[in-house]
Design a protein around this ligand. Structure first.
Ligand code: PLP
Length: 399
């Protein structure tokens, strides 16, 4: 019984835990409001959600449909089906020329579960874990909910918006860090560490005894820069990935980790108890998704086209710096000349122009009020339409 007025004797409500008092993911409230407006008949251009509008590869959908019709869908081994784990290991050989022992490959319920498992496996309550700002808000919020301390490292233009060894060393000198979590490409900006910069950062973390968690969820979606996996660079690193983005399978909730050899048994115990296993039907689909590479490459080429459009038009609309879009499907643009507070700007843009974008405060609590994130994972024509609407709306403001 959690309500005062419902309980005998008017007992005050039992409080939520203090660890659960984390920030909401504000992008989701933009999505919710966009949904309400669309439900009321408004045509809304969605540039707020970080998900492909393409479906999973056909082979994945067919495999899942066959399995659903053929018989029960059940639990699998906690680590995932042997066939999928072997196929993921082979994927590393094909893409990066380094093949992990499939025993180290751990199938998870999206990379989101991978974070929880790796944080629980590697850190104790109170440990400090460095994350980038700007960065994906769930890092900071899940770390907090697990009684860990996120240490935001503010990236700057002079360093090309990435964490450098010097920034890491300075944060560690202030108070020791137990972990470092980097996404490469990063969300919300798509910015990557160049291969040599990534190597240097991995080496710096190793030298300081800091555990690396490498979020490689946007691998496969890069434009001009080579992508580097942490696999093979640091045997203590957790390498996290997902079928959500490159494989266009957000809703299937399936991802994977390559865990350090010494952590296999630890992660197994955690997954057995916390999640049992990732959904079997999604694992079946994920295995078949590897046969859809040509389709997925065509989707990536679509993003490259969208990226070129964003880079051409954002400056003309009055946006300032756009952080380097080396990969993923986001443009993170400085909007100081257009707005004092991008949360209010984004709310008005949605209501008045019917374009949904995400304010920067989700990604960078201190500096985000001047920035906006655009997702260009959608259809090219719709993105062009969104940019046209923004241009017309800004024109009306200036009249
Ligand atoms: C950088 C990053 N990591 C992880 C995730 C979580 O993805 P999933 O749990 O669908 O694998 C996201 C989702 O947007 C993301 O942007």
């Amino acid at each position: 019984m959690r309500h005062a007025d419902a309980g005998p004797g008017g007992r005050p409500p039992l409080a939520a835990s203090s660890r659960s008092r984390i920030e909401p993911f504000r992008a989701m409230s933009v999505v919710a409001r966009a949904g309400e407006l669309a439900g009321a008949g408004r045509d809304i251009v969605l540039m707020c959600v970080g998900q492909p509008d393409a479906p999973a590869p056909l082979a994945a959908r067919e495999a899942a449909a066959r399995a659903a019709l053929a018989g029960p869908i059940g639990y699998t081994a906690s680590a995932g089906t042997p066939a999928l784990r072997r196929r993921i290991a082979r994927h590393y050989r094909e893409r990066y020329g380094v093949e992990p022992d499939p025993a180290r490959v751990y199938v998870t319920t999206g990379s989101s579960a991978g974070f929880i498992l790796s944080f629980l496996a590697a850190f104790d309550a109170g440990d400090r874990v460095a994350i980038p700002a700007p960065g994906y808000p769930a890092y900071r919020n899940i770390l907090r909910a697990l009684s860990l301390e996120p240490v935001e490292i503010e990236c700057v233009a002079a360093d090309r918006w990435v964490i450098t060894p010097a920034l890491l060393e300075a944060a560690h000198a202030r108070a020791p860090l137990a972990g470092l979590l980097v996404a490469n490409p990063n969300n919300p900006n798509g910015t990557m560490l160049r291969p040599e910069a990534f190597h240097a950062l991995v080496d710096a973390a190793r030298a300081l005894g800091i555990r690396l968690i490498s979020d490689e969820i946007y691998h496969g979606l890069t434009f001009d820069m080579a992508e580097t996996t942490a696999l093979g660079l640091d045997e203590d690193a957790f390498v996290i990935n997902s079928f959500s983005k490159f494989f266009c399978m957000t809703g299937w909730r399936v991802g994977w980790m390559v865990v350090p050899e010494a952590m296999i048994e630890t992660v197994d115990r955690l997954q057995q108890n916390a999640f049992i296993c990732a959904p079997e039907i999604s694992q079946i689909a994920a295995l078949a998704a590897f046969d859809g590479m040509a389709e997925l490459e065509a989707v990536r080429r679509g993003y490259a086209r969208n990226r070129a459009l964003m880079l051409a038009r954002l400056p003309r609309l009055g946006f300032g710096e756009v952080q380097p879009i080396d990969g993923a499907f986001y443009a993170y643009a400085e909007a100081g000349a257009l707005a004092d507070d991008t949360a209010r700007f984004a709310a008005r843009l949605l209501e008045e122009a019917g374009v949904a974008v995400t304010p920067g405060v989700d990604f960078d609590a201190r500096r985000g009020r001047r920035w906006l994130r655009f997702s260009f994972a959608g259809d090219h024509g719709r993105i062009a339409e969104g940019l046209d609407r923004i241009e017309a709306w800004l024109g009306r403001q200036n009249r």
